[in-house]
Design a protein around this ligand. Structure first.
Ligand code: PMP
Ligand code: GLU
Length: 417
């Protein structure tokens, strides 16, 4: 296979700026070290290989493989037919803000109002809004690693500094209270949490989160709680929403969520923040200048998702749980492979350090390992280094059991198992 660019398209913008002809178009300082999203780059690479006729098993991107439920698509169609195709209020249509607030209150017991909800172009945009609206130049944000690829870049774009705090596989990659306490400096402004976690699939218990919440309160930190996988939790458990854990936490927390994962609506680009009203108003203003409203048709589809039948969510969750069982059993039976207890989302984040330590064929990094796996076995995973955890790789199990079985057979062969 001809390789045109380094693995996962990680040519950063500094390199790309060097090929610009005119000095006048030199990139801004803030763009110089910006990395492209490794997950999206790997997915693009896998689909290019598939388009070239290769039998690729793409387990790179975290995207449900189910179609968007039909009743949601019908609502979008009805919205188009009835002319709901114009600008909407920048922070979202009232029906959707109302539906998000009602759904959140129903599931968590915490009363929130529609005015606390801002609807954005996907949860990634919601995160960008939250960081931009709250962080000042030089503020530190504590981000436990492994972390989802976009956090660090979005925090840097907001002028702040991500402080990456590593966690251990022995602790199921959960941030321990002592580690959090030790990392706090006078510049620390925010703590970022993601449970169920991308990339590890690990779910924090209420008690574990309470211990972190107490420190956040003590140190007067803002918290961004990424709860986009909140409905994809296994083993009869339920995710707990961070602001529900201690009185007053809602005054310092921005909850980020959306329809992308829960309703298999990744392409519709609808996410939201839930936060105190004055901040929500500021985020709405920011959005009114930056992007205006999220797609009107998608907003109407999202109303149908939240207010319509919910069996589709339970069904998809059951399918992911079954796949989790399959993937966890197979991976942990492979020589030298370790992984944490996967309680939700659709990722397996496993340790390949023993394989890297052998240095077979000169492969000593997770990036080289993924590259070789893609070239030899045509299986696409994402290197742990993209998530701030070298020595590991991430597999998305948002794929059919058949595809997963094939991918796992090829990974086993690659590992010499
Ligand atoms: N947060 C996490 C943890 C994610 O995995 C994703 C995946 N895309 C997002 C946010 C962004 O979601 P969206 O597709 O709605 O922008
Ligand atoms: N969140 C998904 C992932 O981690 C989708 C890709 C992205 O938005 O980066 O694979």
């Amino acid at each position: 296979m001809e390789r045109k660019e380094p693995l996962q398209g990680r040519m950063n913008t500094r390199e790309s700026s060097q090929s610009l002809q005119s000095k006048s178009l030199q990139l801004a300082q803030r763009m110089r070290a910006l990395e492209p999203s490794a997950t999206l780059a790997m997915a693009a690479r896998a689909s290019a290989m598939a388009a070239a006729g290769m039998n690729v098993v793409d387990l790179s991107v975290g995207e449900p493989d189910f179609p968007t439920p039909f009743h949601i698509c019908q609502a979008a169609e009805a919205a188009i037919r009835s002319g709901k195709t114009k600008y909407t209020p920048a922070a979202g249509i009232p029906d959707l803000r109302k539906a998000v607030a009602a759904d959140y209150t129903r599931r968590t017991g915490l009363a929130v109002t529609p005015a606390q909800v801002v609807v954005s172009n996907g949860a990634k945009h919601s995160l960008h809004n939250a960081f931009t609206a709250v962080l000042n130049e030089g503020d530190e944000v504590i981000v436990p690693t492994p972390f989802w690829v976009s956090y660090a870049e979005l925090i840097k774009l907001a002028g702040a500094k991500p402080v990456l705090l590593s966690t251990r596989i022995e602790d199921d990659f959960k941030l321990r209270p002592q580690a959090l306490r030790a990392a706090i400096t006078p510049a620390t402004r925010m703590l970022l949490l993601c449970t169920p976690s991308n990339p590890t699939g690990v779910v924090y218990s209420a008690d574990e989160l309470k211990a972190l919440a107490d420190i956040a309160i003590e140190a007067d930190l803002a918290v961004v709680s990424d709860e986009i996988y909140d409905q994809l939790v296994f083993d009869g458990q339920k995710a707990v929403s961070f602001p529900t854990l201690r009185p007053g936490l809602e005054a310092r927390t921005v909850v980020v969520a959306g329809v992308s994962k829960t309703y298999s609506m990744t392409g519709w680009r609808i996410g939201w923040t839930i936060c105190p009203e004055p901040l929500a108003k500021a985020i709405g203003n920011l959005q009114s200048q930056e992007t205006s409203n999220p797609c009107s048709v998608s907003q109407h589809a999202a109303v149908a998702a939240l207010t319509g039948p919910q069996e589709c969510v339970a069904e998809m969750c059951r399918a992911f749980e079954k796949r989790r069982d399959l993937v966890a059993a197979r991976l942990s039976s492979l020589p030298g492979v370790r992984l944490p207890r996967i309680g939700g989302a659709f990722y397996a984040f496993f340790d390949i350090a023993p394989a890297l330590a052998k240095g077979k064929n000169g492969i000593t990094t997770s990036m080289q390992w993924c590259e070789a796996l893609l070239e030899q076995e045509h299986v696409a995973l994402v290197a742990g280094s993209a998530f701030g955890a070298e020595g590991h790789v991430r597999m998305s199990f948002a794929a059919s059991e058949e595809k997963l079985g094939e991918g796992l057979d090829r990974i086993a062969r690659f590992l010499g198992a």
